[in-house]
Design a binder for this molecule. Structure first.
Ligand SMILES: C[S@@+](CC[C@H](N)C(=O)[O-])C[C@H]1O[C@@H](n2cnc3c(N)ncnc32)[C@H](O)[C@@H]1O
Length: 296
């Protein structure tokens, strides 16, 4: 079958949801979606066929079983199937519905008809294979932090979005009033998705400058230090990026760091301190935390 994808389904106790998302993301899955059904959670995730063999899938299933045993909750049912690319895109789209986030946003799937009236900011998305539908706690924490930092009125604020994925945070920042965003991702499929979603939200290209790569690319193209940084990647990656934040920052730059599990918070806090950053607030959702930081 040309362009086949694994469709992995995990039916689990809701308390295992975060661990399952984490495992699936580390496994390389894209387009993860979750439905609550009769007090259980059905998580569907998709992965290109060539990225995993049957044995890898069996190992994933074992890890999920161990996670459940450690938490003393029922063992999840894990199934997988090969589907073709077209089925993949329709399959996961069926699970994804408009998602309100924070006080302001409604994340709105690109293929649905727009509502006639809405008192929220509509952020339209077709993430394709990129991460960032707004259903994950780490993205939600970032958008809520952006709501707190950017009041919703046009400002001169310039933001860097490192690991932009679908572009959800970059677009959210512009819709909240930022004047410009530098967005970078080291996955070319993600930068393509960011570009498409900017067009979908009618954001002019000069407002979101999209770069293939990481913070180095932002350092080389930014005309001035930024006012804010958002970075929702895994803790291991963020630790390596922190020493470079100063190269795009000024005295009062703030940053929002997410994608960090609670038990990874201490090494992140230590690295921030060593590099001259102060933790203003630490927000928590499920097992995830989000650092709101500023220069000391
Ligand atoms: C968890 S997703 C976040 C997507 C989106 N910003 C959100 O909040 O939903 C992390 C993204 O970071 C990208 N990434 C991973 N390591 C990176 C690095 N060192 N530099 C830039 N992007 C990176 C991945 O390709 C992925 O698109």
């Amino acid at each position: 079958m040309a362009n086949s994808w694994w469709e992995i389904k995990v039916l689990c106790d809701p308390t295992l949801e975060d661990a399952v998302f984490w495992r699936l993301e580390s496994f390389g899955c894209r387009g993860t979606a979750c439905q609550i059904k009769n007090n259980s959670c059905l998580i569907s995730a998709y992965l290109p066929e060539e990225k995993a063999h049957l044995l890898d899938l069996a190992a994933l299933s074992l890890l999920l079983r161990q996670d459940a045993l450690c938490l003393e909750i029922p063992i999840p049912a894990v199934t997988w199937d090969l589907i073709d690319e077209q089925d993949w895109s329709t399959a996961w789209k069926q699970h994804w519905e408009p998602t309100p986030i924070g006080d302001r946003f409604l994340i709105y799937p690109a293929w649905l008809t727009l509502p006639e009236h809405c008192d929220r900011i509509l952020l339209r998305l077709d993430p394709g294979v990129a991460f960032g539908t707004g259903t994950h706690a780490t993205t939600q924490l970032c958008l809520e932090s952006l709501e707190m930092r950017l009041g919703g009125e046009p400002t001169q604020a310039v933001i860097a979005d490192i690991g932009c994925g679908s572009g959800i945070l970059s677009i959210g920042a512009i819709l909240l009033g930022a004047s410009k965003v530098y967005a970078a991702d080291n996955d070319p499929l993600a930068t393509r998705s960011t570009k498409e979603n900017c067009e979908l939200n009618q954001i002019p290209p000069e407002k979101i400058i999209i770069q293939d790569g990481s913070i180095e690319q932002i350092i080389s193209v930014a005309e001035q230090p930024v006012d804010g940084i958002v970075c929702n990647i895994l803790a291991e990656v963020i630790i390596d990026l922190i020493p470079q934040f100063n190269a795009i920052s000024k005295k009062n730059t703030w940053a929002v760091l997410s994608g960090i599990l609670m038990d990874q918070a201490k090494p992140i806090a230590d690295t921030l301190e060593q590099n001259g950053w102060v933790v203003a607030t630490l927000w928590r959702r499920q097992e995830w935390c989000c650092f709101n930081i500023r220069r000391s």
